[in-house]
Design a protein around this ligand. Structure first.
Ligand code: NAG
Ligand code: NAG
Ligand code: NAG
Length: 499
């Protein structure tokens, strides 16, 4: 009797132990592909030859306000899968909509084009603050924006809750009389967009936030003191940032305006520890890398490095390419000529090369002071959405191919892959479609290393197999004829099915 009981006890203990280890290693935020490098980064992030395997597999809630601890947090998995986001630069700068979103700064610096613009168009003594009342947003329909973002194929959106001008798009209790509820729209723009996006779509809601405020007297005083005092951070920036997170629960925080002073001045590590340990978004929030002088491309969550960052090769940490449609400005410019707008081909080229190299693509539009998105931006977003509607299978949830990012021979061919379903995607940009031949040589696809079962192309006859032959270390694919009126454009996805 007793020995039998002991046997049962042993079995019971073993069952309990295995259950416990199963639960405690629950890969809640693990990357779907075990080989992905993107859960953590290595010190030598500029060497991209070796492919580190992530160690941490779950998000703890015990981060200390130090970089080694904060940097060890794995990136919540939704972000790498999402790939495509929309960035919105909207604020009082959308009223003059001239020059750039740094209008106030340049005007204050007596930049000639800005001072002439003011003297030619506004009464003497007209101030930047006077623009606030014309930020009217009378045509703003956040539901329509949400619809457009969804049609664009975006999986997240990032709104400037407060740019360097300090004007908050939500009724911040720390920004008396310089916010969208007291002046201008008389609406909670952050809250209304958050509701529209969350009610109507599965798009994640993110917020941009600038630490510095160009001309906030508290900030200027701290700056004059060599950032040895922190009145501005204590009384304004820090509590306000927390208020923003608690009120709107953004799942992405795009931090900016950090570069004049070290992270210790901003209490950035303290903020991140709070964000990761106790904030309402601790399990899902994703942040970038602008948390004080010296942090860009080094600390935080994903790397945004510099604006329009696109390294062109695989890097072993998760990064984002924040790219504008208007090549001259993030905020809306009424006088931008068509030639300043990136074409759909340029944008899709940028999107494809970004995703192939492990990045996310954050595409920026500048809404107008009336609350509209101009048709040229709309058209670009819809083009991207049309393209993703056909080719999105090669983008969302994909991972970079370890062997090559772009082909070694064929120009304008970029790779992504989904190893778990045996698919390699070779995206041929339309402006590189071969001329004078119907064949394309893929120099990076070694038929001896990849047991190919078939090759298809998306956006033409569904399911139709393309002719292909091995040629030594390469394969030669025969491309089909593209009939006039084919909806797909800008980039063609060859699906290389393999065993
Ligand atoms: C959208 O969300 C807000 C806030 O959660 C809610 O008050 C509103 O009723 C929702 N609207 C719809 C159409 O679901
Ligand atoms: C692959 O991309 C890199 C970086 O953009 C470029 O320098 C190189 O020329 C490309 N290779 C081919 C064959 O086009
Ligand atoms: C390739 O896949 C086929 C079908 O599964 C299999 O019969 C064949 O042995 C594989 N060849 C190699 C070289 O792995």
């Amino acid at each position: 009797m007793l020995p039998k009981m002991a046997n049962y006890l042993v079995i019971l203990i073993i069952v309990l132990i295995s259950l416990f280890s199963l639960v405690s290693s629950s890969p809640k935020y693990n990357h779907p592909y075990s080989k992905s490098p993107y859960n953590r980064r290595t010190k030598n992030h500029h060497t991209h030859s070796n492919f580190p395997t992530p160690k941490a597999t779950r998000i703890s809630t015990n981060y200390t306000p130090t970089w080694p601890s904060l940097d060890a947090r794995p990136l919540p998995k939704w972000y790498d899968s999402a790939k495509i986001g929309i960035f919105l630069h909207w604020g009082v700068f959308s009223v003059p909509s001239f020059g750039s979103e740094w209008f106030w700064f340049y005007l204050n610096n007596q930049d000639k084009s800005y001072t002439s613009f003011m003297s030619a168009n506004y009464p003497p003594r007209y101030t930047y603050q006077d623009f606030g009342r014309d930020f009217t947003a009378e045509f703003w329909d956040p539901d329509k924006w949400a619809d457009l973002f969804q049609k664009a194929g975006a999986k997240y959106v990032v709104l400037t809750s407060k740019h360097h001008e300090g004007f908050t798009l939500w009724p911040s209790k720390y920004s008396f009389s310089w916010n969208a509820m007291d002046v201008g729209p008389r609406r909670d723009l952050v809250g209304d967009l958050a509701n529209a996006v969350r009610n109507k779509t599965d798009i994640k809601f993110g917020l941009y936030h600038s630490w510095l405020e160009f001309f906030n007297p508290m900030y200027l005083k701290d700056k004059a003191n060599g950032f040895k005092t922190n009145t501005f951070v204590k009384n304004k920036a820090f509590p306000e940032f927390k208020e923003l997170v608690e009120a709107y629960k953004p799942e992405l925080i795009w931090s900016d305006g950090d570069w004049e002073s070290p992270p210790e001045y901003w209490k950035a590590q303290e903020f991140l520890a709070w964000l990761y340990n106790t904030s309402p978004v601790k399990d899902t929030v994703v942040v970038n890398d602008r948390w004080g002088k010296g942090t860009s491309c080094t600390h935080g969550g994903f790397f945004s490095c510099q604006d329009h960052y696109n390294p062109g090769h695989l890097v072993p940490y998760k990064w984002e390419n924040a790219m504008t449609i208007d090549s001259g400005s993030w905020g809306y410019r009424r006088n931008a000529p068509l030639s300043d707008y990136r074409s759909s081909q340029e944008l899709i080229t940028e999107l494809v090369s970004t995703v192939s190299c492990g990045g996310n693509f954050l595409i920026n539009v500048g809404p107008t002071r009336e609350g509209t998105i101009s048709p040229i931006f709309e058209e670009r977003l819809l083009s991207i959405g049309t393209w993703l509607g056909i080719n999105g299978v090669a983008i969302y949830d994909s991972v970079p191919w370890e062997r090559a990012q772009n082909d070694s021979i064929a120009k304008g061919v970029w790779y992504t892959t989904k190893p778990e379903v045996g698919k390699l995607f070779a995206i041929l940009l339309e402006d590189h479609w071969p001329s004078g031949t119907d064949q394309i040589v893929l120099g990076s696809v070694h038929p001896s290393l990849l047991n190919i079962s078939s090759v298809e192309i998306l956006g033409l006859e569904p399911g139709k197999k393309l002719k292909w032959v091995p040629d030594g270390d390469m394969i030669i694919v025969t491309l089909p004829v593209v009939p006039p009126g084919t909806v797909n454009k800008w980039g063609w996805t060859m699906v290389i099915n393999h065993v």
